[in-house]
Design a protein around this ligand. Structure first.
Ligand SMILES: *Cc1c(COP(=O)(O)O)cnc(C)c1O
Length: 344
């Protein structure tokens, strides 16, 4: 898809929308005395409004990802980006496509925008049924949500299939890489320039261990980034979040060490769980969680709750009957999980 066609996918009213102009974006030059934004003057580290463009944070993430900082925008979690992307491209009645079982926010965002949510279920082994998906899109199709590695199944999608879908889908393809820190070699980020209709989202919530600060990132062409900056709330990334994120990004070894530990713990669960009677099947995972089919998932879920252990019930999702999703925790927590399952 050519760049000019992307423009035609945007809701027309947004192409001429003027973004909110913040106090600090209205001047150029030296700023010694700031009396422009009705802020409190005492320098507490949080008395000033944050930079709406998160310039420093973009530079830090760009340096870590080896990616152009001008093609990054942050969201208050990637959740916010899911909503913003939907609202940029979807008028009421337009269609978005996703492949359940998958992340729930794509459908919620479609509902908010009054867009039609078209689901094509993943195959029983959680691969993408390419022909069925292609048969479901038409000229109302605006967004295709691809999640790889996928939540809740834990598998990464085939790269050639992803590439084919990005090239053939008649709208915007969003590749949700929330779990990419567990398999960085599978990221499409180094190839983003090849695909004008591709948006990649990532987050500091999973591998980086900072779900509490709410910081997600979108990577895309300059035009799409400009649209995201046009519609976003100017101060969506606050000063406290920015400070903590910068601190973490300055020590990527800490993140990598924790990611390795969690991968080891996941592998230990993959070895230990099949020894239990209640376990039927463990779906292959490249993430920090496992989707597990039990003989009776309701019974296991309740038994774990009785032991004060909370996991996620996925049994209502397509092709996930009797399945629970279990996150790899600390070694002691995983031991407690295994012990509780042994006493079932
Ligand atoms: C957890 C998760 C997110 C949410 O990320 P936030 O940045 O915390 O909003 C997005 N996508 C998938 C697939 C996830 O599992």
């Amino acid at each position: 898809m050519a760049n000019k066609d992307i423009k035609n996918l945007v809701r027309p009213n947004l192409l001429t929308l003027k973004a909110y102009s913040s106090a600090r974006s209205e001047f150029k030059g030296r700023a010694d005395v700031l009396l422009d934004a009705n802020e409190s003057p005492w320098p507490t580290g949080r008395n000033r409004y944050p930079d709406p463009l998160s310039t420093e944070l973009r530079q830090a993430l760009g340096a870590f990802k080896n990616f152009n900082p001008d093609q990054i925008v942050f969201g208050n979690g990637s959740d916010e980006l899911v909503d913003q992307i939907t609202r940029i491209f979807c008028n009421a009645g337009d269609a978005v496509h996703a492949l359940p079982p998958t992340f729930g926010m794509y459908k919620v965002a479609a509902g908010i925008a009054d867009a039609e949510f078209r689901a094509t279920n993943l195959a029983p082994d959680f691969t993408i049924p390419v022909e069925e998906l292609k048969a479901s899109w038409d000229d109302r199709s605006k967004i295709l949500w691809l999640c790889s590695p996928n939540n809740p199944s834990g598998n990464a999608m085939d790269s050639a299939v992803l590439e084919d879908l990005i090239r053939t889908f008649p709208g915007i393809v969003v590749l949700d890489e929330a779990y990419i820190d567990f398999v960085p070699e599978l990221s499409f980020l180094p190839r983003l320039e090849e695909f004008p209709n591709l948006i990649i989202t990532q987050t500091l919530s999973k591998g980086w261990g900072m779900a509490g600060i709410r910081c997600g990132a979108a990577f895309a062409s300059p035009f799409i980034i400009q649209m995201l900056n046009t519609i976003k709330m100017p101060y969506n990334i606050n000063v406290l979040t920015t400070g903590v994120a910068l601190e973490a990004l300055s020590k990527p070894e800490e993140m990598k060490a924790k990611v390795s530990t969690l991968i080891e713990e996941r592998k230990r669960l993959e070895r230990e769980l099949p020894k239990l009677d209640c376990v039927e099947y463990i779906f292959p995972s490249v993430t920090n969680f496992l989707l597990i089919r039990f003989k009776d998932s309701d019974k296991v879920y309740q038994h774990l709750l009785d032991n004060a252990i909370v996991v996620r019930n996925q049994s209502y999702q397509p092709n996930a009957a009797n399945c629970l999703r279990i996150t790899a925790g600390l070694k002691e927590e995983n031991d407690r999980l295994l012990e509780a399952l042994r006493t079932l």
